[in-house]
Ligand binder design. Structure first.
Ligand code: AR6
Length: 178
């Protein structure tokens, strides 16, 4: 049977999955890194959708997620989540990063989707140490998938080889292939 968690090295904006997760900031109005890449690939419709959510709900705090349409992307929807900024580990960063993954999975399920791709949230501009962040990502998703059959495919999309190796190692330990 195909493993439900897989790692891919590459650009998340090119994927044909139901949902792509964006590592956004609380403003939801775009930025650099993967956020910038997703907005560039999706086109202006995505920013409009984000502005609407922003008007209705205000800022998105760390650990929370919102869903929008996906503009020109091949994905059906984008879930924008806000990871924690790394301050050394004493400011609930681990819990907030878990929340970002878990709330994105719940939102994808609530909207009836079965496949989702995550970038390595918080490990770029926000400075979260990559090994610790990868462990939280794999453990949180793996714990969530137990007894929940809806999500058939969860992809961890890594931009660099170092991050991809971290995930590959963790998935092998979990008994998942990559
Ligand atoms: N596909 C997959 N992963 C990517 C891509 C891509 N196209 N581009 C970058 N990454 P970051 P953060 C990886 O900085 O740390 C933004 O300005 C990257 O190598 O994008 O959560 C937001 O607006 C890294 O491993 O997100 C926020 O202000 C990972 O994505 C802030 O950055 C996350 O890096 C969020 O910071």
């Amino acid at each position: 049977m195909q493993p439900r968690m897989q790692v891919l090295q590459g650009d998340i904006t090119t994927l044909e999955v139901d949902v792509i997760v964006n590592a956004a900031n609380s403003s939801l109005l775009g930025g650099g890194g993967v956020d910038g890449a997703i907005h560039r690939a999706a086109g202006p419709e995505l920013l409009k959708a984000c502005q609407q959510v922003r008007q209705q709900q205000g800022e998105c705090p760390p650990g929370h997620s919102v869903i929008t349409t996906a503009g020109n992307l091949r994905a059906k929807a984008v879930i924008h989540t806000v990871g924690p900024v790394w301050h050394g580990g004493g400011e609930h960063e681990a819990r907030l990063l878990e929340d970002a993954y878990r709330n994105s999975l719940l939102l994808a399920e609530a909207n009836g989707y079965t496949s989702i791709a995550f970038p390595a949230i918080s490990t770029g501009v926000y400075g979260y140490p990559k090994p610790a962040a990868a462990e939280i990502a794999v453990n949180t998703v793996s714990a969530h998938l137990i007894r929940r059959p809806q999500l058939q495919q969860v992809l961890f999309v890594c931009f660099d080889a170092e991050t991809a190796h971290l995930y590959q190692h963790l998935l092998t330990q979990q008994g998942e292939e990559s």
